[in-house]
Write a protein that binds this ligand. Structure first.
Ligand code: NDP
Ligand code: 8X3
Length: 260
């Protein structure tokens, strides 16, 4: 099947493509004809996604299972990609725990800092080298409303997402004068596996986050990522903050039956 979408022949690397926003972004990019390099730690999910995307969209898909916290694995992945990477979507990330500063778990802190900040930096460092040499590319970092506001129990998660905001702005400056675009997308509540991961597999607490309200879907965010990458080459969207209608800040979530 020949795909004639807007991203035909482009190679897009998405971290964290095994679930949520990353997976939805893979699907929407595939519909637009992009060839994909999909990463995550759960290899079976990557294999299943690869098969279904090839069948549905007739694109090329490479998969690489590794942990973005492991710098050598990040380098190995980027080095092994034979095609120029046109778009990097730094999406892999997590919140782990929601405990106050004086009782939070150190392992949770390390996971968030090492994944959301250092993992994103690792991938950017290796991919940006090639982009600079080709003077072409687009780096998109998935930030959060938590990168623009703070909330109780979010000291480290919010800290990592504020870091993503600063890294996005500084990366744009480091690549100033090149043809490389740098953007972020900063969503509020999105119903994915995010809360299940945050609450360490406690499904009931995770479900309560999205209960009696209307959160964004992963597809809503994927649409915005697609919009960001399909602007004309001279247009650089720096950030898009997107909240559900029923959310007005990190801590203000309206809980009522949603009707269109
Ligand atoms: P999910 O938990 O559904 O997906 C997270 C993805 O990140 C998975 O594919 C997971 O893959 C990957 N990932 C996590 N840790 C690592 C790691 N160490 N190495 C490689 N991959 C990793 O969550 P979302 O889709 O919601 O989250 C995606 C991004 O969006 C995150 O950066 C998150 O902070 C951000 N975000 C989410 C919001 C929400 O409300 N859901 C709101 C705002 C921002 P695997 O486990 O297979 O490695
Ligand atoms: C995820 C959204 O509000 O739980 O980044 O921090 S929030």
């Amino acid at each position: 099947m020949m795909n004639k979408g807007r991203l035909k022949d482009r190679w897009v690397l998405i971290t964290g493509a095994t679930a949520g926003i990353g997976k939805a972004t893979a699907r929407i990019m595939a519909q637009e004809g992009a060839n994909l390099i999909l990463t995550g730690r759960r290899s079976k999910r990557l294999e299943e996604l690869k098969e279904s995307l090839i069948e549905q969209a007739g694109i090329q898909v490479e998969i690489h299972d590794f942990d973005v916290r492991d710098r050598e694995s990040c380098k190995r992945c980027v080095d092994s990609v034979a095609h120029p990477i046109d778009i990097l979507i730094n999406n892999a990330g997590l919140a782990s725990g929601k405990d106050p500063i004086d009782s939070a778990d150190f392992e949770d802190w390390d996971k968030m800092i090492d994944t959301n900040i250092k993992g994103l930096l690792n991938m950017t460092r290796f991919v940006a080298e090639g982009m600079r040499s080709r003077n072409k590319g687009h780096i998109i970092n998935i930030g959060s409303i938590a990168g623009h506001e703070a909330y109780p129990g979010g000291s480290v998660y919010c800290g990592t997402k504020h870091a993503v905001d600063a890294i996005t702005k500084a990366t744009k400056m480091d690549l100033h004068g090149t043809n490389i675009r740098v953007s972020s997308v900063s969503p509020g509540l999105v119903e994915t596996e995010f809360s299940e991961v945050r609450f360490h597999g406690d499904k009931e607490t995770a479900e309560s986050v999205y209960q009696d309200t209307k959160a964004l879907t992963a597809e809503d965010v994927a649409e915005i990522i697609l919009f960001t990458v399909t602007r004309p080459a001279h247009v650089n969207i720096m950030d898009t903050i997107v909240l559900p209608l029923y959310q007005s800040s990190s801590t203000m979530v309206h809980r009522d039956k949603y009707e269109e």
